[in-house]
Every structure is written in structure tokens, then in C-alpha cells.
Design a protein around this ligand. Structure first.
Ligand SMILES: NC(=O)c1ccc[n+]([C@@H]2O[C@H](COP(=O)([O-])OP(=O)(O)OC[C@H]3O[C@@H](n4cnc5c(N)ncnc54)[C@H](OP(=O)(O)O)[C@@H]3O)[C@@H](O)[C@H]2O)c1
Length: 251
């Protein structure tokens, strides 16, 4: 990607990865380290973060820190205080949180209130709070990268709440972008297809046609650095390796 004469694109930049313990989050962490960033890998559980360290630490010119914190805590001011005291402003942040449980659920008519509440809490309220806590911590010339799934755009029978929360997450990001109105960090909403991750592969869900979490991390890193043909595109669709990057719905 770089000639040997060029410094790594994220050298000297600090990037927060929220949800670093997840399948995509660990790939993001590795990709950003390979691009030279100081990566703050954040998650709610120390043991899960240790697995990220085992996977990614020492793998880049960049430096890894792990941080136990819940970016989706209702006390966003406390989250901000804790992160700022330790790291100051970030040059970039990736929000890669969520909990979809088993891929197929009951149909809408058979979905209980409990399942509804849990899905909304983990896949929508958490994103709202993470955005509220983290966006003000990013330098005005920095970048925020947020992920939603392509089920935002299509019917998703058997997993309607996955689709509904993805559509709502995407909407949140687009409104945030409009509210910032060019005055805050650049924002990127990446609407992604299935991604090759270690946890998904362990469950037998894997395909060479899918982008890997590491490739997604390299893409996010270029966006944080403001490099490449997509740096000015706030909404991007990355469905699989063959279709590349689109800026309108590739239906
Ligand atoms: N994997 C895919 O193919 C795919 C496809 C489309 C979209 N996506 C999107 O990509 C993002 C990450 O996916 P993934 O596959 O990496 O998921 P994952 O492996 O399940 O990891 C998600 C991480 O989010 C954190 N998390 C879960 N619930 C949370 C909450 N309520 N508050 C704060 N953190 C929470 C968990 O970390 P801790 O519990 O350790 O804090 C977990 O490690 C999700 O937003 C998902 O919508 C993924």
C-alpha cells in the first residue's frame, strides 16, 4: 500500500475503536495498527480485550492500548471525561458495537417485547449513546467511522429487528452528519455486507467473496487519514469484494 519511503498513513494519529473485542473490531484494530496508528481498543470486558491484544499487539508500526469502558453507558459525560483524561482528543474513532444474537429470530408477529427491548438496547440505544459520547472527543479535522449492515436497505425476514436497527443506525449517522454541517469531524457511514471475521468463520459462516475485517480496517484507516478516492464520501456501501465501494444503494 505504501512505498517504503512513505511514513505509514496514520503515524502520529490516535484512533479509538469501540467494540474492539468484536470480530470486525479486532480486524479494525489490526488494520489501523498496520497503518501506524496509536489504537485505543475499547470494550466492556478485560478478558475479551486481552484476546484482541493477543491477536493484534506488536503487529504494526502502530501502538496498541486497551481500555475497559462502556461507550454506550448512559452517562456520556463520564465516558468522555475518562477517555479525555487518558488520551486527549482522538484523530479518529470507529464505532463497531452491537449484539445480534443468533442470525435468525422469530418473525415479527412472533417477536416478544423482551426480544424487541434487547435488540433496541444493544443495536440502537447503544449506538446513539456511543455517538453522543465519542463524537465530541474527535478533533475537528479527524474522522468518525460508523458501521451499519445492508439489511438497512432490504427486507430481512426472520431477522426484521436487525434490518430495522440498521436502518435506524444509518439514519442517525446521516442526521449527525447534517447537524455537524462540516464543522466537526468528517463522518463516514459504512453500510456493509457480510464480513469475514474470526468469530463468524468459527461458526462456519465464511466466504472468500466477502471483505475481511482487516480489509475493512485498512479502508477505515484511509478514511481517517483523509486519503484515497472515498475520503469525501460520507455514505458508502461495501457489500463484497467484487462490487467495491458504492456511494448510492447498489440494488
Ligand atoms: N460481521 C458482519 O458480517 C456484519 C455485517 C453487517 C453489519 N455489521 C455491523 O458491524 C458491527 C460489528 O459487528 P461484529 O460482527 O464485529 O459484531 P461482534 O463480533 O458481535 O462484536 C460487537 C462488539 O460490540 C460490543 N457490544 C455489544 N453490545 C454492546 C452494547 N450494548 N454496548 C456497547 N458495546 C456492545 C461487544 O463488545 P464487549 O461486550 O466486549 O464490550 C462486541 O464485542 C455491528 O454494528 C454490526 O451491525 C457486521
Amino acid at each position: 500500500m505504501n512505498s517504503t519511503q512513505e511514513p505509514p498513513p496514520l503515524e502520529g494519529r490516535t484512533v479509538l475503536v469501540a467494540g474492539a473485542s468484536g470480530g470486525i473490531g479486532e480486524g479494525m484494530t489490526l488494520g489501523l495498527l498496520q497503518q501506524g496508528a496509536v489504537v485505543v481498543a475499547a470494550g466492556r470486558d478485560a478478558a475479551r480485550l486481552r484476546r484482541v491484544s493477543d491477536y493484534a499487539d506488536g503487529c504494526g508500526p502502530g501502538t496498541l492500548h486497551t481500555q475497559v469502558i462502556d461507550v454506550a453507558d448512559s452517562d456520556s459525560a463520564a465516558v468522555r471525561r475518562e477517555l479525555t483524561e487518558r488520551y486527549g482528543l482522538f484523530d479518529g474513532a470507529v464505532i463497531s458495537i452491537g449484539n445480534w444474537g443468533p442470525p435468525r429470530r422469530a418473525g415479527i408477529l412472533d417477536t416478544t417485547d423482551e426480544v424487541w427491548d434487547e435488540m433496541i438496547a444493544d443495536n440502537l440505544t447503544s449506538h446513539f449513546r456511543a455517538l453522543r459520547a465519542v463524537t465530541p472527543l474527535i478533533a475537528p479535522n479527524g474522522a468518525l467511522v460508523h458501521l451499519s449492515g445492508f439489511s438497512a436497505e432490504i427486507p430481512y425476514p426472520g431477522a426484521a429487528l436487525v434490518g430495522a436497527t440498521n436502518a435506524a443506525k444509518k439514519s442517525l449517522l446521516r442526521s449527525l452528519t447534517a447537524e455537524l454541517d462540516g464543522q466537526g469531524p468528517r463522518t463516514y457511514e459504512l453500510v456493509i455486507g457480510p464480513i469475514r471475521t474470526r468469530p463468524r468463520a468459527a461458526l462456519g459462516a465464511d466466504s472468500p467473496a466477502w471483505l475481511t475485517a482487516l480489509e475493512l480496517g485498512h479502508h477505515a484507516g484511509r478514511l481517517v487519514a483523509g486519503l484515497g478516492p472515498w475520503a469525501d464520501e460520507p455514505l458508502q456501501y461495501l457489500l463484497d469484494r467484487a462490487s467495491g465501494v458504492h456511494t448510492t444503494v447498489p440494488l
